[in-house]
Write a protein that binds this ligand. Structure first.
Ligand SMILES: Nc1ncnc2c1ncn2[C@@H]1O[C@H](COP(=O)(O)OP(=O)(O)OP(=O)(O)O)[C@@H](O)[C@H]1O
Length: 317
């Protein structure tokens, strides 16, 4: 199912500034769409509006072409995983998982599906426990399993992996993506983690102050950010913005760490620090007072002078 927003607005009562400020957007059927933005940019509010947990002050929300703005959450065929897990506290993990399935599948099949997904998410051993006996990350995985088992037409996920540590985060996001792809579930996924966004998105929207600043594939947003905000928010490390004067240009230029070559070139800088990144090093080079991150294949000496060539840069006026 597609999800469409037309000039959607939300101003919370007592607030002067809108949390969501006139958003127009179409998420296509089967698409994995990521919303990325800093804290307070309106990401959660946007998801709550789509789910029906909040009512917009203006605009239209359509699911599969039909306006749903007046429909309650239960009528929207949406599966949600939010930061707070909303599990039933007096039911075991297994009972929490099979509840949405029992009606359609019967108990035996519901249990076997719940067991299968629990194994994939590493929560099989907790099936007999109560939510209060689990850690935050374990509860989060139960909530995720429950949402997956419901097989919704649309998935809304708000930082569903925020409580997981790094290796589990990577495997859980792969599982989400696999299930999403296999079942063609339209997914809108909120995160403030740009690495996660780049890894899983078909398209990504960058939000700030209740507005969408740019929408595109991860490659488009990475290679061609529309402004300095997007340039410095997306990428690892973020694009470095410096005065164009170093190249004799007006305005500012943005440089990515992989677009600089050390060892040759007209510009001279001084290495101020070096980080080991596993497959390469990230050197910080002071160029006329600006410290620029540069990827290099060897560990340059801190304090040494290096020649620099800019292979590519983005101009901002
Ligand atoms: N229930 C509420 N009542 C009043 N203001 C709210 C409410 N919920 C959110 N806000 C405000 O709306 C704005 C957007 O908040 P929202 O939670 O949507 O942002 P976010 O991008 O999801 O942030 P985070 O990444 O920190 O979760 C913020 O300024 C926030 O303070």
């Amino acid at each position: 199912m597609s999800v469409e927003l037309q000039d959607v607005k939300k101003i919370y009562r007592g607030s002067k500034t809108p949390a969501v400020d006139g958003i127009t957007l179409k998420v296509e059927k089967g698409e994995f769409f990521v919303i990325l933005g800093p804290s307070g940019s309106g990401k959660t509010t946007l998801l709550r509006l789509i789910s029906g947990l909040e009512r917009p002050n203006g605009g239209k929300i359509k699911i599969d072409g039909e306006e749903v703005s007046e429909l309650p959450p239960s009528k929207r065929n949406i599966g949600m995983v939010f930061q707070n897990y909303a599990l039933y506290p007096h039911k075991t993990v297994l009972e929490n998982l099979i509840m949405p399935l029992e009606g359609s599948l019967g108990k035996k099949d519901a249990i076997s599906e719940a067991e299968e997904i629990s194994k994939k998410l590493g929560i099989y051993e907790y099936l007999g426990k109560y939510p209060s006996e689990l850690s935050g990350g374990q509860q989060q995985r139960v909530a995720l399993a429950r949402a997956i088992l419901k097989r919704p037409k649309v998935f809304l996920m708000d930082e569903p992996l925020s409580n997981l540590d790094a290796p589990l985060r990577v495997s859980a996001r792969k599982l989400i993506k696999d299930i999403q792809r296999e079942n063609g579930i339209t997914t809108i996924y909120v995160t403030h983690d740009h690495v996660e966004a780049m890894a899983i998105a078909d398209r990504v929207a960058i939000m700030n102050n209740g507005r969408i600043i740019q929408v595109g594939t991860p490659e488009e947003v990475y290679n061609d950010p529309v402004d300095e905000f997007v340039a410095t928010f997306f990428g690892n490390p973020p694009m470095k913005i410096i005065s164009g004067r170093v190249l004799g240009l007006e305005g500012k230029i943005g440089i990515r760490a992989e677009d600089i070559e050390i060892g040759d070139g007209e510009l001279v800088g001084k290495v101020t620090d070096v980080e080991f990144w596993g497959d390469r090093y990230l050197a910080y080079v002071n160029l006329n007072g600006d410290v620029i991150p540069v990827f290099v294949s060897y560990r340059p000496k801190v304090g040494s002078e290096v020649k620099i060539k800019l292979r590519r840069y983005k101009r901002f006026l």
